[in-house]
Design a protein around this ligand. Structure first.
Ligand code: GDP
Length: 617
């Protein structure tokens, strides 16, 4: 079936036609010890450490080096029993909802049915010639012109205190001074921000679970929910009514899978949560990376039904791949919703079986046992989502928190508010009025209306005319916020997804060549010089070539074990040089954790995680 969907410049036409390219999962029999993995994955909670040190000390502890057991092939078939949906709440607060493409909606109104097409338009400035993963599998493009773009100055240092901006500064024309930290406190009413991504195998029940959770929290009004129920019944998909709260495009509904990363805001007792519902289908892993790259914590949803958990967990399933990806992208805290427990009569034995298998794997992937919580749930029945379930079958053996209590207990990462401003564009689109809009998460620093910013590449300046946060216009926004900026003084044509917007004084550098320390995942093909990869970095996936294998490093000490190796194999820790086809704006990992790490994919599989150690001229 030929479909066109241009998500952040990623053309999925061919992806739909050739599923085989996505047939591999990261890991069928993951073989890297957590101690090793820990050096390549990092925590969003801590501060950047010097590269020579392990990237994340908290995982440096000794942990058993065992491989994940491979399970037998289970029935992949899915039964989608239509079940009736009960409505509960009358409360109708306003919930802001923003897709990555910047299309904003307020729930309670009708959801447009053609968002997928709009997305295509909204990304009307795609990175031209952006490769799909198919292209990467094509013959190697060896020689690439080096087009480094240098900013006028780049004087930020690795020292937090020395590169920090004053918390109080005067802004643009208004000369109004703000104390960002104090303002942040005020704005959040003492609540902390947390970006949460929901991951898991397709059909595990992610959308239903989160849709129902939002409904129970009073974030979807009864009338809207009723409409979803009616419409889903009419479409013969009654069991998907809650999922429709999140799966908002007509195409997603028809296909029954979440494709783009939608964003919704909700609140718990002590947190303001930006929820990103990541796509579960393997076609959409690159989208999922984008969502996870912006997340602080994750909810992994697994289907407890017999055969279904197994299908999601083994080769070809997304449970393990997603788990590994989010960990590699910096997520350290995880809530596992062992979902559809109603399908297994809330059996404690089944719960234990699943948590033991998952626990073993997650430990290997680099999650600390104390940072992973397992919660038995029923997304469809709404059990154990926002209040502790009173079902006797469950209360007999489960005394732990419900899902929102668990989310509430997550620690919020430290926000780099005092660092120079950085925002990586996840979408660029033309809005009404002057200028254009750029959406993305502020990775560091803060921005105010009237500020002058630099976009890298192309190293051009612009002015912030407006800032939108959760559908509301605001004067300023700070690290951790998912915002939409209205910019003037620059031609939209020059801006692509992946451009980093920064302050004019301490800009980010753009380059095509850099050195990185990588951890090779479980990948059977030896990686040689000239190996073509897709570099997943922040919101972009850019074709790149491994131009040099500099050295193999010792797994724990980081010392050079072998210089100029002929090839790299699975589980190895190495220093390599990468060359991208077009300039990208990156940072050293030691300076800006979030902007100094990336994933490498090859022919549909994630083959390595890496951190930038040196930017080449
Ligand atoms: P996603 O692909 O992970 O987002 O999964 P969906 O939310 O679209 O759900 C897939 C199917 O599983 C739908 O038919 C849901 O109604 C069903 N489902 C989701 N959660 C539950 C649950 O807790 N119990 C049961 N029995 N079915 C569920």
């Amino acid at each position: 079936m030929a479909r066109h969907r241009n998500v952040r410049g990623y053309n999925y036409d061919e992806d739909f036609d050739d599923d085989d390219l996505y047939g591999q999962s990261v890991d069928d029999d993951y073989c890297i010890s957590p101690g090793t993995a820990a050096q390549f994955i990092y925590s969003k909670r801590g501060k950047p450490s010097a590269f020579a040190e392990p990237l994340e000390e908290e995982y440096g502890e000794e942990q058993p080096d065992t491989s994940v057991p491979t399970l037998g092939v289970a029935d992949q078939g899915k039964s989608k029993d239509p079940q009736s949906v009960k409505s509960e709440s009358e409360i109708v607060p306003k919930v802001t909802k923003m897709t990555v493409s910047g299309k904003k909606q307020t729930m309670g109104f009708e959801v447009p049915s053609a968002v997928s097409e709009e997305n295509g338009q909204s990304a009307n400035t795609p990175r031209k010639g952006l490769a799909t993963e198919d292209a990467v599998a094509a013959p190697v493009v060896q020689q690439v012109t080096n087009k480094s773009t240098h900013p006028p100055q780049n004087n930020h240092t690795t020292d937090d205190s020395s590169n920090s901006l004053p918390a109080v500064r005067s802004i643009g024309k208004s000369k109004h001074k703000i104390d960002v930290r104090a303002e942040l406190e005020k704005r959040q009413g003492g609540k902390q921000l947390l970006n949460l991504v929901v991951i898991g195998h397709v059909d595990a029940g992610k959308s239903t679970l989160m849709g129902h959770l939002l409904y129970l929290l009073g974030n979807v009004n009864k009338r809207t929910m009723h409409k979803y129920e009616q419409d889903s019944k009419k479409a013969g998909k009654a069991s998907f009514a809650y999922a429709w709260v999140l799966d908002e495009t007509g195409e997603e509904r028809q296909r029954g899978v979440t494709m783009d990363v939608g964003m919704t805001k909700f609140e718990t007792k002590t947190k303001i949560i930006t929820l990103m519902d990541a796509p579960g289908h393997k076609d959409f892993i690159p989208n999922m990376i984008t969502g996870a790259a912006q997340a602080d914590v994750a909810v992994l949803v697994v289907d407890a039904s017999r055969g279904e958990f197994e299908a999601g967990f083994e080769a070809g399933g997304q449970t393990r791949e997603h788990g590994l990806l989010v960990r590699s992208l910096g997520v350290t805290q995880l809530a596992v919703a062992v979902n559809k427990m109603d399908q297994v009569s809330w059996e404690h034995e089944r719960f234990k079986e699943i948590t033991s298998k998952l626990g073993h794997f997650l430990k290997q992937a680099g999650f600390k046992e104390t940072d992973v919580a397992y919660i038995p749930t029923s997304g469809l029945g709404g059990e154990n989502l926002i209040t502790k379930s009173q079902l006797s079958e469950l209360t007999q053996w489960y005394k732990g928190p419900c899902l929102t209590e668990q989310i509430d207990s997550f620690k919020s990462p430290q926000r780099s508010v005092e660092k120079p401003f950085r925002l990586c564009a996840s979408d660029v689109f033309k809005d009404q009025g002057a200028g254009f809009c750029v959406t993305g998460k502020i990775e560091a620093g803060y921005v105010q209306t009237g500020d002058k910013l630099l976009a890298m590449p192309p190293n051009e300046s612009c002015t912030v005319k407006g800032i939108t946060l959760h559908d509301e216009p605001v004067d300023w926004a700070a690290a951790g916020d998912q915002v939409s900026l209205t910019l003037t003084g620059m031609d939209i044509i020059k801006i692509n997804v992946g451009c980093v917007f920064c302050g004019t004084k301490e800009p980010i550098r753009a380059c095509t060549r850099f050195r990185a320390r990588v951890l090779i995942f479980n990948f059977e093909i030896p990686i040689t010089q000239g190996f073509p990869v897709l570099l997943h970095y922040q919101t972009i996936s850019e074709p790149a070539t491994i131009t040099k294998l500099v050295s193999v490093l010792h797994k724990s000490s980081g010392e050079v074990v072998k210089k100029k190796p002929k090839c790299l194999t699975k589980g190895q820790n190495a220093l390599i040089e990468l060359q991208t086809h077009r300039p990208i704006a990156i940072e050293l990992y030691k300076d800006f954790k979030e902007l100094g790490r990336f994933m490498l994919r090859y022919s549909g599989s994630t083959i390595a995680a890496g951190v930038v150690t040196e930017i080449k001229e």
